[in-house]
Design a protein around this ligand. Structure first.
Ligand SMILES: Cc1cc2nc3c(=O)[nH]c(=O)nc-3n(C[C@H](O)[C@H](O)[C@H](O)COP(=O)(O)O)c2cc1C
Ligand SMILES: [Fe+2]
Ligand SMILES: [Fe+2]
Length: 394
């Protein structure tokens, strides 16, 4: 199937209801789409391919419109295999096509794919005429790989952002913002931004500023995952701007693990004290909440509190996994609190404190470290930690 975006511009992408975890990490309860677009002008241009196993379905979509052997240009805004996996399939058919990408994408393409096609490395803001329509390539490095760019059609006001402005969730025939369930889109795009792009928020902000400074009269934003925005393209731009903003939100996120419930008692006590102080709280037990949801819930939190029992001299493994993600995703610095319980030598909180030191995050006092069940005095410490958190968020 295909959908029309404007005259001679079509969606030819596919839905994936099969992959359980995106990047083998992030759950896909509503699937995901690999968006690809076809521009049928005097020259025929394809924008992105799809993930490899979806090549046949995608080629059939293209065949509904043109003979794929006649494609002149294959524009690759991003080299990640969810958008380039079917490149060898189209290269075998569109033998005269030229690959269009940034200079940084060239080596990457050669390292991933052995395809026998000409390439054209386009500079920032370089243009390419297709006949009636002219494409402009806007480099947006590190959204979210070094080679990324967006493609712009001035005549139609369409911006193909690739992963920028993308979302999880398959489309199921509802390809546009005036057809989709926008509540679900908001949730799935926020989760997408949080788990895929958090490390590169600064670059997202740069990209948004660059697009704004170019003064493009954007009528349609067509990303490479999720719905196409034709009713209100500004909606997704302002959401991306908000979600990647360095200004954090005024709430406290508690992330904790527990085996037998002792650390859980501290978590519940802390939650209660914070609520009593009027602090908004988001709380995740690492054994129940999905790691992508935990990242989404915590990335914009003004204060994060991490609770862990000691497990083999380390923090409870799933807490440790979360902490690794927080470091890898380069969460913006903010005050952090710690609590936890241990049976004999401890170790969890010491490792967590070291992590905070390395990241240069302010550690809130007191650190609530308890052997077994908390005494009355230790319970009082939780109250003091809650007060310290509240004062940071006021
Ligand atoms: C598998 C396992 C490994 C543990 N490893 C340690 C350890 O290395 N050092 C320590 O002080 N306590 C260790 N403990 C004890 C727990 O940290 C302690 O019982 C803690 O209070 C459990 O908290 P919870 O009820 O929130 O799970 C271990 C417990 C278990 C079950
Ligand atoms: Fe990507
Ligand atoms: Fe992608």
């Amino acid at each position: 199937m295909y959908r029309k975006l404007a005259s001679d511009v079509y969606y030819v992408g596919v839905d994936d209801h099969h992959t359980e975890l995106f990047e083998n990490l992030w759950k896909l309860p509503y699937g995901v789409s690999y968006n690809s677009y076809l521009i049928v002008d005097e020259k025929i241009a394809l924008v992105e391919t799809v993930k490899g196993p979806w090549a046949d379905e995608w080629l059939d979509n293209i065949r509904e419109l043109v003979n794929p052997a006649k494609i002149d240009y294959i524009i690759l805004n991003h080299m990640e295999p969810d958008h380039t996996g079917a490149l060898p399939d189209i290269a075998r058919i569109a033998k005269n096509a030229t690959l269009i990408y940034t200079p940084r994408a060239s080596d990457m393409r050669k390292s991933f794919y052995d395809v026998d096609l000409n390439e054209k490395k386009v500079e920032d803001l370089e243009e390419l005429s297709l006949g009636k329509k002219t494409l402009k390539f806007v480099h947006i490095p590190f959204v979210h790989w070094p080679e990324t760019m967006a493609t712009w059609i001035a005549e139609d006001g369409i911006l193909f952002g690739c992963d920028a402005f993308g979302a999880f969730g398959a489309l199921n025939g509802k390809h546009f913002d005036d057809e989709a369930n926008m509540e679900l889109v908001e949730r799935e795009s926020r989760r997408y931004v949080s788990v895929i792009i958090t490390s590169y928020f600064k670059f997202v902000q740069n990209a948004i500023k660059k697009v704004k400074d170019l003064g493009l009269n954007i009528k349609i934003i067509a990303p490479s995952h999720g719905i196409i925005y034709r009713k209100n393209p500004n909606w997704i731009v302002s959401k991306y701007d908000e979600w990647s903003s360095p200004k954090l939100d005024k709430y406290c996120a508690i992330v904790y693990g527990t085996m037998y419930g002792y650390t859980h008692r501290l978590a519940m006590k802390l939650k209660k004290e914070l609520l009593n102080l009027g602090v908004e709280v988001k709380i995740d037990n690492v054994s129940y909440s999905d790691i992508g949801d935990i990242i989404t819930n915590t990335v914009r939190a003004g204060v994060i509190v991490i609770g862990a029992p000691t497990y083999d001299a380390f923090p409870f493994p799933r807490v440790w996994t979360y902490v690794n993600e927080l470091q890898g995703k380069r969460f913006a610095p903010r005050p952090v609190g710690f609590f936890g319980t241990f049976g004999w030598g401890g170790g969890a909180l010491e490792k967590l404190q070291k992590m905070a030191e390395e990241m240069k995050w302010e550690v809130l006092e007191p650190i609530v470290k308890v052997r077994g069940r908390p005494s009355k005095e230790e319970t009082e410490m939780v109250k003091r930690l809650a007060e310290a958190i509240a004062s940071k968020l006021s």
